[in-house]
Design a protein around this ligand. Structure first.
Ligand SMILES: *[C@@H]1O[C@H](CO)[C@@H](O)[C@H](O)[C@H]1NC(C)=O
Length: 273
């Protein structure tokens, strides 16, 4: 009996755990498709108050015509907002639970009434991101900020143009230009530096204030102590990325909206197999 136990112990210690699933940040997940048939999704944002994912997708046939849709993760009800012409970007003010939408006609916001309302900013917006203030770029990819004082040029970005960008609470900004990724610290007047990685496909952030870059080489998180990217996952060709309140990734690949579920079942990789 003792020998058997010893043998068993030996077998267990030499066997490895096998988990089926997608590896992200050292955890295995099971992918779950939330929605299919989504055309050219560019961005996702998650509202923890509504447990809802908002997505920017294309409804145009010949030319891109952006629309904002949503799916509630509790009851899976989904739909889209009419009345916004050619949406270009979305972002969320998590404290106010307000969704900002940039469009060819300027700025909209979805507040507590859950319908888009026009905001007094009428310049065409190419991209926007909210972090304490609203940052946006115009059609020439020049960056401005917008608050109750009005529109101001973002000084640190005078010498740069940005196609997409994300900002954290410390003012660390990642921005793309021509699929290349740059880092700049807002408010320091220091110059931007290029971060080496292959073609960026999406930028994102999570509720822990981390910044993410999805690329053809996988998904990376910005490490503000190393001024570099740490790899999180081999997931690639990700068109848009966000995270729910449990920090589970939600992303778009091909025309699928996918949520990663945790935990998955792991089995002992049997010694005899
Ligand atoms: C929507 O805006 C984009 C620029 O972001 C433009 O290329 C496209 O033609 C516009 N589409 C429509 C239907 O106006």
């Amino acid at each position: 009996m003792k020998l058997l136990l010893l043998l068993l112990g030996c077998i267990i210690s030499t066997s490895a755990k096998k988990c089926n699933g997608v590896l992200f940040d050292q955890r295995y997940y099971e992918p779950e498709i939330l929605k299919d048939g989504l055309n050219k999704v560019r961005q996702l944002v998650y509202s923890r108050k509504d447990n809802t994912v908002y997505f920017l997708f294309n409804q145009g046939v010949l030319a891109y015509d952006g629309s904002v849709g949503y799916i509630n993760l509790d009851n899976r009800l989904s739909g889209y907002y009419k009345g916004i012409r050619n949406a270009t970007s979305i972002s969320i003010d998590d404290k106010k639970n307000r969704i900002y939408i940039g469009s060819i006609d300027g700025l909209y916001a979805i507040g507590d009434r859950r319908i888009p309302e026009k905001f007094p900013l009428y310049e065409p917006i190419q991209h926007l991101f909210f972090k304490n203030v609203l940052y946006f770029t115009n059609m020439r990819n020049r960056m401005y900020s917008f608050d109750s004082d009005g529109v101001k040029v973002v000084d640190d970005m005078r010498d740069y143009v940005a196609e997409t960008f994300v900002v954290d609470n410390d003012g660390n900004m990642l921005f793309t230009n021509g699929k290349k990724l740059y880092k700049l610290k807002l408010g320091t007047r220091s110059s931007a530096f290029e971060i080496i990685t292959r073609s960026i496909t999406a930028l994102s952030n999570d509720l822990e204030d981390r910044l993410f870059a999805a690329s053809l080489d996988g998904i990376f998180v910005y490490n503000k102590y190393k001024y570099a990217l740490d790899k999180m996952s081999n997931l690639h060709e990700i068109k848009a990325l966000t995270f729910n309140n449990m920090l589970d990734p939600i992303y778009v690949v091909f025309d699928l909206l996918v949520k990663l579920k945790n935990p998955v079942n792991c089995v002992e990789d049997d010694f005899f197999l």
